[in-house]
Design a binder for this molecule. Sequence first.
Ligand code: IDP
Ligand code: MG
Length: 150
Amino acid sequence: MIERTFVMVKPDGVGRRLIGEVIGRYEAEGLKLVGIKMQIVSLDLAEKHYAEHRDKSFYDGLIAFITSGPSVQMVWEGEGAIDAVRTLNGATDPQKADTGTIRADFGQTVQQNIVHASDAPKTAEREIALYFQPSELWDYSQPDAAWLQE
Ligand code: IDP
Ligand code: MG
């Protein structure tokens, strides 16, 4: 199924000049970039984004980190995009992430793990709506689209 997923290059990824590295991996997977922006996420937006973690011990640190500098927000589209991106990103803890994943290659701590990505269709829908207006998402075709279909 063609899906859309929300992805963020967190402030550590932006600061360490890894935006292009992250985008390159999703492009190489055959996914399509349909929206992109850069901002310092406000406290209010960060709290909405991470509401599910409100009661966790790491919540305050996570909110401080995610609002600490500019981050890049994106929407990627493609066949099974939600799982495909989570696989490329790797496990939350870079120490436990599979070799060759973004987090294994570049993540420093469980908190500073370079990227965020939606974990399910409902989450993707909610997170895309939090960060993007419908008019900021683009419908276009790529010349190799037919080759990527099963
Ligand atoms: P995910 O990003 O792989 O979906 P979640 O469990 O949803 O992982 O956690 C959201 C984010 O919170 C993580 O990406 C990481 O930045 C941070 N985080 C999660 N667990 C911990 C922890 O135990 N200590 C510090 N930060 C954590
Ligand atoms: Mg999560």
